[in-house]
Design a protein. Sequence first.
Length: 220
Amino acid sequence: MRHVRGTGARFSPGAVIGMLALLVALGGTAFAAAPSAKPSRETARAGTTAQTAQRGPRGPRGPRGFRGLRGLTGATGAAGPAGPAGPTGATGATGATGAAGAAGTAGAAGPPGPAGTARAWGYVSSGGVLQTARSSSNVTAATSPSAGLYCITLANSINLASIAVVATVDYSGASGFAMAQWRSSGIGCTSANNEITIRVWDTSAGAETPTSGAFSFAIL
């Protein structure tokens, strides 16, 4: 076969337009025959129904997971304001008396007291005898010359002119309703011997009757 060399001929404008028209026609046919890339609403619904039909029943619930770790303790909050004071409670019952405590040690002896004001004192029995076993001071003797008459001799340091005498009957050592009296005139005793006179009387009969009776006295 003999090849014919091209002569460089060109297509006419009409031929070019005809070929473009053919290409456009062929392209529109291909677009119409190809399916749409986006499925329609009915197609999507049918697919969902098919998937639902293929899904099986729900399985049992799985085991519970482990408990999480405890969180860190938060910071202590600020103290709130003090609340109002509550009402006073009722008084409780009195407790039982406790046992007596041990006796304490004896305290130190106190200082001596001041000296008394009595200058002489003593106790004379109903028979006229000075009882030296009892407390006495500045008294040298005692006598009873007669019933109810008692002479008491004082120390020479006591001035009879500046004394006062207090005498009281010992109820256990006298009879009837007896009383003791000091007689400052000294009748019945000897003042030269520095003696004082004490008379003891029984007044139970309504009159003063001399009687014997023990008594105590003090010289002030």
